[in-house]
Design a protein around this ligand. Sequence first.
Ligand code: ZN
Length: 417
Amino acid sequence: MPDVVFTVDQSKSMRDQAVPGHNRWHPDVPAAVTVRPGQQIRVECREWTDGQIGNNDSADDVRDVDLTRAHMLSGPIAVEGAEPGDLLVVDILDLGPVQAPQEYGDAPGQGWGYTGVFAKANGGGFLTDYFPDAYKAIWDFSGQVATSRHLPGIRYTGITHPGLFGTAPSAELLERWNTRERALIATDPERVPPLALPPLEANTLGGTASGSVAEAIARDGARTVPARENGGNHDIKNLTRGSRVFYPVHVPGAKLSGGDLHFSQGDGEITFCGAIEMGGFIDFHLDLIKGGMETYGVTTNPVFMPGNVEPRYSEFLTFIGLSVDRETDENYYLDATVAYRRACLNAVEYLKKFGYSGEQAYLLLGSAPIEGRISGIVDIPNACCSLYLPTAIFDFDVKPSSAGPTMQDRGQCAVTS
Ligand code: ZN
């Protein structure tokens, strides 16, 4: 059995845990625990907003979510003998919602999770120009299966994975991040949603740091939303059980931290809060490849081997999108973002024919095990992206046929008041 090295009481904020975690990246966040290479460990996690979202039928909590508190990470976990230049070998042995058997309660992960569409004025999302308001779907867990009262007619096996794990940055790497992200923000500082999130002292949690160290973490610590050279918020759905990740080590001890567990997620996590978000546990085996960064040329981003425990869907309805704006017909040059957005919009329009609202379809595409692919990126001027929707997640026939779509009243997702 793994050693439980980071515990969480789900009735309390991460701030009030016996050993609190952190919500900024900084080399000086003190290690919460030190483990040995070869050790199997269990890490308990809060849901990423630290419990701001409730199991109810209103999306007001998603609209009003305080993003300065996110992501609440468990750790840092120091690994004996790890030095800058090593690769930290992280095997994901197991993960899941809060405890097993499942514990029911008010915190996401206690038998339930949620998917949110962030409002354009507070976070936004991939289709925020089409869906500027906040929406939410609550999912109930039954073993590996998720169903939602807000999305009737749908039932699927989750592709369970951590959204966010990474090592601590060095002081030099952190400085590079802050410099380049501030330069990006400066190109359009008033943009809504913003181009990036600079360090912010409000609501910083620096683990057990105090005094001048805590002040430095609050002043300079990098926000956790984007993935960077330390790993971080990849939101790669294929980091399932059985995955092996090779993280660059930038500081002594490596200082692995993470959280943001997802019961499921579609490629792209398109609503921004598009996974099924939950608290829970994750079990790791940790090891080191000494000097591995130079040996393998893995000096910037991690490499990984996907896990072999995934839902097995074999039939898909695939939507295609090209790099042409839907409203203006403006042609973009090999722009995969524009092309994937069109693929998503095409899927939304299709699902509306079966009685789902656009918002329901958007929530579904963010959370179900959807495959998103860059199919063609050379055929000037149009990038071609594709979105693979598993047909078996619907309890009706979702395929086109001469009989036409089964139009039904499919209720609605949680909306704001
Ligand atoms: Zn997440």
